[in-house]
Design a protein around this ligand. Structure first.
Ligand code: SAM
Ligand code: DTB
Ligand code: SF4
Length: 329
């Protein structure tokens, strides 16, 4: 019965909320079986793409995202720092490349980049690219012309998450709208940059919100090439500090549903791996996740040690994905 949703075998852009909600709520075994089938149709299920994150501008962000440690609206102990130097970014990228990462993602705690920052960021992108890695940046909302500037500098991917469903968005952020995020995503796409867009689970939303968030992504004119699914890291001092942890199987269901609805996208098991532990991570890979962030730190919170990831890959028979395989067949 679930199989009828993927009968055409192709990539669908006409998903309905009802279909997304049916998938995410299906009996666990049925959902997992379908996700596995779709995953194996398009990818080598033994391969996981490895990205590295670097916070190039920490803290002091004027936005009020309820989950974020870097907002000036919350007292989290994360101070505002200046934009890193190009040399320091280059050195971090060399370390990431030598540790096996194929994509280097630079994050900045901005509402969006100021004009004066664009030259430095473009220089960073060109440096990282010259090291032979794919480049990714997450800098917030983009204005006219900025996506084109980033593209010209050699940017491969832009990360810009919709974070949650449109209905739940106003409970999480008040300093911008859901539609502002979609506008930037359209600018990125129009500039010819690959789109990395996903969200966070465990922010007090319900299962239907998670389905609706995926439906928004899967009905974009082109699916995001990467879909990061983050489990909320409840940061002390943020409004979501006391949010009870979401059942891990709900994260697994979200990943499986993303895999089925966006069959050719890379689905990244992003923040929250430290919190869920190895067994739940294994289920996420079975559900069709095929990308992770490697390195002890995400932006401001810890991530599993690379040696633990290596051990988990050994236990599960997983291998790092070579750079050119990150395009689904
Ligand atoms: N300021 C830019 C923006 O908002 O797009 C870029 C950096 S922002 C920190 C990147 C993404 O990280 C957010 O959209 C959110 O999905 C994720 N994120 C931030 N804090 C998180 C947390 N505590 N737990 C899980 N995901 C988080
Ligand atoms: C994404 O979806 N997750 C990453 C990356 N894109 C930029 C960020 C996770 C941040 C987790 C909280 C922190 O370390 O501050
Ligand atoms: Fe700023 Fe991004 Fe954090 Fe929101 S998620 S407060 S925009 S750094």
């Amino acid at each position: 019965m679930l199989e009828s949703l993927i009968e055409s075998g192709g990539v669908r852009h006409d998903w309905t909320c009802e279909e997304a909600r049916t998938l995410i709520a299906a009996p666990f075994g049925d959902l997992m079986q379908l996700a596995q089938m779709v995953h194996r149709r398009h990818f080598d299920a033994g391969e996981v793409q490895i990205s590295t994150l670097l916070n190039i501008k920490t803290g002091g962000c004027p936005e009020d995202c309820a989950y974020c440690s870097q907002s000036v609206h919350h007292k989290t102990g994360v101070g505002a720092e200046r934009l890193m130097s190009v040399d320091a970014v280059r050195a971090a990228a060399v370390r990431a490349r030598d540790a096996g990462a194929t994509r280097f993602c630079m994050g900045a705690a901005w509402r969006g980049p100021h004009r004066r920052d664009m030259d430095s960021v473009c220089e960073m992108i060109a440096e990282v690219r010259s090291l032979g890695m794919e480049t990714c940046a997450t800098l917030g909302l983009l204005e006219d012309g900025q996506a084109e500037q980033l593209k010209a500098a050699g940017l491969d991917y832009y990360n810009h998450n919709i974070d949650t469903s449109e209905a739940h968005y106003g409970k999480i952020v008040t300093t911008r709208d859901f539609s502002d995020r979609l506008d930037t995503l359209a600018r990125v796409r129009a500039a010819g940059i690959n789109v990395c867009c996903g969200g966070i689970v465990g922010m007090g939303e319900d299962r239907e919100d998670r389905a609706d968030m995926l439906r928004t992504l899967a009905t974009l004119p082109q699916h995001p090439e990467s879909v990061p699914i983050n489990m909320l890291v409840a940061v002390p001092g943020t409004p979501l500090a006391d949010m009870p942890p979401l059942d891990e199987l709900e994260l697994v269901r979200t990943i499986a549903t993303a895999r089925i609805m966006m069959p050719r996208s890379m689905v990244r098991l992003s923040a929250g791996r430290l919190e869920i532990g190895p067994a739940a991570q294994a289920l996420c890979f079975l559900a069709g996740a095929n990308s992770i962030f490697s390195g002890n730190m995400l932006l401001t919170t810890p991530n599993p040690d690379p040696s633990e990831d290596h051990e988990l890959f050994q236990r599960l028979g997983l291998r790092p994905m070579p750079p050119d395989a990150a395009t689904a067949s």
